[in-house]
Design a protein around this ligand. Structure first.
Ligand code: AMP
Length: 305
């Protein structure tokens, strides 16, 4: 089954303590779509300007990512720039230029409207709702968000939450949203705002998953070399949503979500090993499954297969 992915498509400039690269493919939808494409056909929704390289459309085609929902307009593509501190965790945004994003009104092609699985990757919550309203039938909706929207678009975010099955956010965002210091209270509190499930990412410390009476905690895949953490969260969300869309025929269960979280973490671990999407462009299922099995062993993670 396909997964529809809405989000930002960007040209990024990223500086780490050892390297700096500019005009890299970035954006929440780009990372999520690449990760999801290993498990399910992807229908991408976004906007790019006339400066966006044709080679990236060729890359999407090679990954069987449908780009009928990507608008190409005159003007500049959304640009973002960030700089990492020595811990490769603390990040400062140097600039955000919305450019063609400013006038983005996602209109879904007719062929997209019956997609069962949807990932609303990080983008303004009003746009996330706007896309959901155009869908004809939905089985499972995953949404990601960020501190910017919690601080500047809280009403829109609150309106979106009851329409979402799984909300993914990071630890500081979960605390900010609920004003709770305990992540357990925060996860449970966010469930009360609407989503049936909540996943809280804790960076190098793994992730937590909350259901009605269920709870799951896993670590992160241990990596020695991190070159660029940009997009790890988007890749995690894409891996989860892609795995669910491509594998789960019936109702999504908590056990399915536990497996999805491990696959999301595996894809995110590949993402940070190189700048931009470089590592995500040419993975094999053998590489992914090998890391999945190693992850299971390391975390003593058992699921009913
Ligand atoms: P992450 O590392 O998961 O925070 O995601 C980084 C990606 O998000 C970069 O590739 C950026 O282009 C993109 N991004 C940064 N700010 C925004 C924003 N306000 N809305 C949507 N995408 C953004």
């Amino acid at each position: 089954m396909s997964v529809l992915i809405l989000g930002s498509i960007a040209l990024d400039t990223v500086k780490t303590p050892v390297e700096e690269h500019s005009d890299l493919l970035g954006g929440s939808a780009s990372y999520a779509a690449a990760a999801a494409s290993y498990f399910a056909p992807v229908r991408l929704v976004g906007i790019v300007g006339s400066d966006f390289p044709q080679s990236e459309f060729d890359f999407w085609k090679s990954r069987k990512i449908d780009v009928d929902g990507v608008q190409r307009v005159n003007g500049k593509t959304f640009r973002w720039s960030g700089e990492y501190a020595w811990d490769m965790n603390t990040r400062e945004t140097r600039s955000t230029d919305l450019n063609v994003f400013e006038k983005f009104e996602p209109k879904l092609p007719e062929s997209y409207r019956e997609t069962d699985f949807v990932l609303l990757a990080n983008i303004a919550p009003s746009l996330q709702s706007h896309v959901l309203k155009q869908m004809k039938k939905l089985r499972f909706v995953v949404a990601d968000t960020m501190n910017l929207w919690i601080e500047t678009a809280r009403k829109d975010l609150d309106a979106l939450l009851p329409t979402v099955d799984l909300l993914i956010l990071n630890d500081s965002e979960a605390r900010e949203m609920t004003k709770e210091t305990s992540l357990i209270k925060a996860g449970r509190g966010i469930r009360k705002m609407g989503p049936r499930y909540v996943a809280i990412k804790k960076g190098e410390h793994g992730a937590l998953l909350f259901g009605e009476d269920e709870f799951f905690s896993c670590g992160a895949y241990p990596l020695e070399d991190i070159h660029d953490p940009t997009g790890a969260g988007d890749t995690f969300a894409g891996g989860m949503a892609g795995y669910l869309a491509g594998t789960i025929g019936g109702k999504v269960t908590f056990t399915d979500l536990r497996k999805a979280i491990i696959y999301g973490s595996v894809l995110a671990s590949f993402c940070v090993e190189a700048f931009s999407l470089e590592k995500l462009r040419g993975l094999t299922m053998d590489q992914i499954n090998e890391r999945y099995e190693a992850f299971k062993m390391m975390s003593q993670f058992e699921v009913a297969e």
